[in-house]
Write a new protein. Sequence first.
Length: 157
Amino acid sequence: MKLERNRALRWAYGVTIAVMAFTGFGQMPIFKRYGISAIPGMAWAADFYVTLFIHYLGAVLLSVLLAYAIADHALVRRKIARVTAAGYVRAAILACIVGTGIFRVLKNLPDVDFSPAFTMFIDISHLGFMMAYGAAALLFWRLRARWLTEKVPVRNR
Ligand code: HEM
């Protein structure tokens, strides 16, 4: 069995991350200030509830994609491929984005109350991890460092 790239999964993942980055920045909110929402067809980008809703949909999709990728790796790909150092770095940052994202969702629930300092900490962490992921993705793309690499078969001596 050869390690083949799952193109559909890669595209779905890339599009989901791009949509989440865009709708995440929409929360800050910067699209009205910088005129993005003045572009015809982009007025929705300045509506907090619209971008938040799309961010939530993205979070559901991202969770499904991650669950699939982890299960696929654990059950099938692990036999022929191993996760590279670059893969572990990306996975760790992604886990932190998802973790802080979950706390941000909790904060939005009416019955959950976090202190202002903790809310700020989670807020900055979510943004910081997102930026770190972007930087890592650029660097690893430039270095052609993939998530997975083929396992070298052990030869009989
Ligand atoms: C399971 C995954 C994720 C969840 C549950 C999640 C959830 C959230 C929530 C609830 C907010 C705050 C909305 C508010 O102000 O009430 C937020 C903000 C934001 N998210 Fe996410 N998010 C996730 C993944 C991502 C990803 C993958 C990215 C980017 C690649 C991202 C980028 C941002 C940015 C830039 C902000 C605004 C900055 C901030 O307030 O921290 N998020 N996210």
